[in-house]
Design a protein around this ligand. Structure first.
Ligand code: IDP
Ligand code: MG
Length: 168
């Protein structure tokens, strides 16, 4: 049994279309464990780093706007880490092909995705493509103490005089 972790993002179109519950219900078919979850804003830097493998594509600029929520007036995504046996294969199977028009009709992207007239693949969800990418992406989106299992090596650092917000 090989336990894997995968990053899942419910993209801004998924949030705008109120699909969070539907998508999480579909993903629960995998019986995988959720080990991290948050709603988060996506900075320009995070978006560009996340999609670094596509930076030479003609749709890159639109893709960055899309994941940052600029196309949907929803400047956030829901980020989760799913963990368990064959997590990546199981999630990718449920999520479906990148192109929502080619995705199997019953998959998440097949059910809820669309291609806009300007050519953006609005496919409502992101899932890591393989273990290497999953590790790169999870380390990018989450800090070790936001994940309830030890996925990757981490270290403790002492931070002096660092400002942080607490409840007043
Ligand atoms: P994936 O999300 O299925 O892993 P990637 O090739 O990693 O697919 O592409 C990342 C995202 O970039 C896709 O989910 C989609 O939103 C967008 N994208 C990929 N290929 C195209 C394209 O040919 N036209 C428009 N958008 C695309
Ligand atoms: Mg990918």
């Amino acid at each position: 049994m090989t336990n894997q972790a995968t990053l899942i993002l419910i993209k801004p179109d998924g949030l705008k279309k109120s699909l969070t519950g539907n998508i999480l219900t579909r993903l629960s078919e995998t019986k995988l464990e959720i080990v991290a979850a948050k709603i988060t804003r996506v900075s320009q830097g995070l978006a560009e780093e996340h999609y670094q493998h596509l930076k030479d594509k003609p749709f890159f600029e639109d893709l960055i706007k899309y994941i940052r929520g600029e196309l949907h007036n929803r400047r956030k995504v829901m980020a989760l880490v799913y963990w368990g046996e064959d997590a990546i294969t199981k999630c990718r199977q449920l999520v479906g092909s990148t192109n929502p028009e080619e995705a199997e009709a019953t998959s998440i992207r097949g059910s809820y995705g669309r291609i806009t007239t300007s050519g953006v693949y609005e496919n409502v969800i992101h899932v890591s493509s393989d273990e290497k990418e999953a590790q790169r992406e999870i380390r990018l989106w989450f800090q070790p103490d936001e994940i309830i299992v030890n996925l990757y090596p981490s270290k403790e650092v002492l931070e002096k005089e660092k400002k942080r917000k607490t409840w007043a």
